[in-house]
Design a protein around this ligand. Structure first.
Ligand code: ASP
Length: 582
């Protein structure tokens, strides 16, 4: 027997009990004739104590232990004179009578503490050691809890968890596929699913009207921050439903998770905002509504005063920053530098301070008098004491830059507290986006997304104007989930493929199985998928999804612990009918 209790379990009521504990040596301290050992497992830390005077041999043995040794100890629970409120077991200690070394350890390459001295690379290389640390344990435990809650909620609502295959052919989420060569079919490849999209639609056709799955998705994308080539979705689909049913059901799931995990009650419905409105008011399609500071279109108001920058601009937008008219010159210069960064790409920034004495001081006083500046204030809702920040240029680029500036101001003013949560639905996305260079339309969500009800007829004539029956769940400026009502008839699906530039053959070749399934009675259906890693990370207060994944890849898509991806030997290549051209 290795243990009667775990290292986070014993309390004052266990005093005088004989116990066995097993775990890792976190720390050894020798104080006078006493040796103290912190013994750790994933449940907590328990203090062991050995007195040199009464047990000289045991004390000698204890002093030779090293950090991260795995030991089994026998002892008696005693009340601590020097209690430690930080530890759940801090009122007791174990007076040790026997120590058995189960496994020795080399000196670990970094300290296994909440705040470690190990850099990112080192910790990734020794991920199994990093995972011993409390912050990571906390992330994985939260992940487990979230998974259980999701399963409980959806099962109670009659959803079935059904697995779908990983070795499939290309799916249409718009990223590159990871492919797996087939040994049995020479020269052929499986693709790993970018999502179970087509399978969940086929399950609807098979009559499994409420499906969900916590599943891995694989997307071979260039690395942007907080992306992983394999990640987990809570993937869901329902039949005989309309958009409202989906939004209600999954708003229910979100509220349940908020309540169970964060103890936050959302009594009211989540706000809904259209894509167009989100773009106009927040400059992006995943608005952070923890704070106001909306974008105001001031194009018409500010033009025509001989300020060339504005007169030449397609679009001019302004933020009103409440109560910040005292922003210093230095701070404003910093903001100007911020928006001029290449990733943001603004040419410059104009400001106007609406001083508490009622005057307005702007960086373009040469062109605008007080009356004119007062119009800026009216258009942006600015009052005495507020600061107005203005960017101009091409519309979509300027809105994107205003969005960044808004976030930067939100950060600076502490308006983006990660303990505050502001969920909302973004609806009515465009069905297509246009490739600027080729003019070709691409599905903004994916090719199975239905047009918004009543706009179907535009598919033949003005496809670029159609809105989609699609929706995203956004929390704190992060897209947590997205989905759509699907097309469920062959004719409409064919039109969609056509608009996307597929020839009949290409469509048949890639999605023939789905088109033919539609011929055998397809129910109206729709669904949604949530980024499980991201949602968990957000609830964990983490900036990175890596904090809630046991074995993530690094920024270059590599697992440096197991050294993957790796070369394979010639025999394997031959079996797979492959040769490598580097
Ligand atoms: N398959 C979609 C995605 O991964 C989600 C959905 O439409 O349900 O984004």
């Amino acid at each position: 027997m290795y243990r009667t209790h775990n290292c986070g379990e014993l309390r004052i009521d266990a005093v005088n009990k004989e116990i066995l504990l097993s775990g890792w040596v976190q720390k050894i301290r020798n104080l006078g004739g006493m040796t103290f050992i912190d013994l750790r497992d994933r449940y907590g830390i328990t203090q062991l104590v050995i007195d040199q005077n009464s047990k000289p041999e045991l004390s000698e043995q204890a002093r030779k232990l090293g950090r991260e040794f795995v030991i089994k100890v026998k002892g008696t629970v005693a009340e601590r004179s020097n209690k430690n409120k930080e530890l759940t077991t801090g009122e007791i200690e174990i007076v040790v009578s026997n120590i058995e070394i189960l496994s020795k350890s080399e000196v670990p390459p970094f300290t296994i503490e909440d705040e470690t001295d190990g850099g990112e690379e080192l910790r990734m290389k020794y991920r199994y050691l990093d995972l011993r640390r409390k912050p990571l344990q906390k992330g994985l435990m939260l992940r487990h809890l979230m998974a259980q809650l999701v399963r409980r909620f959806l099962s109670d609502k009659g959803f079935l968890e059904i697995e779908t295959p990983f070795l499939i052919r290309s799916t249409p989420e718009g990223a590159r596929d990871f492919v797996v060569p087939s040994r049995m079919s020479a020269g052929k490849f499986y693709a790993l699913p970018q999502s179970p999209q087509v399978f969940k639609q086929l399950l609807m056709i098979s009559g499994y009207d409420k499906y969900f799955q916590l599943t891995k998705c694989f997307r071979d994308e260039d690395f942007r921050s907080d992306r992983q080539p394999e990640f987990t979705q809570i993937d869901c689909e329902m039949s005989f439903i309309e958009r409202e049913d989906i939004l209600t059901t999954f708003e229910g799931l979100a509220k349940y998770l908020f309540k169970e995990v964060k103890n936050i009650d959302f009594k009211d419905n989540f706000p809904r905002i259209t894509y167009d409105n989100a773009m106009e008011k927040y400059g992006n399609d995943r608005p952070d509504i923890r704070f106001e500071m909306l974008i105001n279109n001031v194009t018409e108001i500010v033009k025509g005063k001989d300020f060339k920058v504005f007169d030449d601009a397609e679009y001019i937008g302004a933020l009103c920053v409440k109560g910040q008219s005292e922003f210093t010159r230095k701070q404003l210069d910093e903001l100007t530098e911020f928006v001029k960064r290449p990733q943001i790409g603004a040419m410059g920034m104009v400001y106007a301070k609406y001083n508490t004495d009622g005057t307005i001081k702007s960086s373009v006083d040469k062109f605008y008098n007080q009356d004119e500046l007062m119009k800026w204030a009216q258009a942006t809702g600015a009052q005495a004491g507020d600061l107005i920040l203005v960017l101009s240029g091409a519309k979509s680029k300027t809105l994107a830059a205003l969005s960044e500036l808004r976030h930067e101001m939100g950060n600076r003013l502490g308006l983006r507290d990660n303990k505050v949560f502001a969920p909302l639905w973004v609806i009515d996305f465009p069905l297509f986006e246009k490739d600027e260079e080729t003019g070709q339309l691409h599905a903004m969500h994916h090719p199975f997304t239905a047009p918004k009800i009543g706009e179907e007829h535009l598919l033949d004539t003005k496809p670029e104007n159609i809105k989609a029956n699609a929706y995203d769940l956004v929390i704190n400026g992060s897209e947590i989930g997205g989905g759509s009502i699907r097309i469920h008839d062959t004719e409409m699906q064919q039109k969609m493929f056509k608009a996307l530039g597929f020839t009949d053959e290409e469509a048949e070749n890639q999605f023939g199985f789905l088109m033919s399934a539609f011929k055998y009675g397809a129910p109206p259906h729709g669904g949604i998928a949530f980024g499980f890693d991201r949602w968990t990370a957000m609830f964990n207060g983490s900036d990175s999804i890596r904090d809630v994944m046991a074995f993530p890849k690094n920024n270059a898509g590599k697992d440096i612990m197991i050294d993957a991806p790796a070369e394979i030997d010639n025999k394997q290549l031959k079996d797979l009918f492959l040769s490598v051209n580097k």
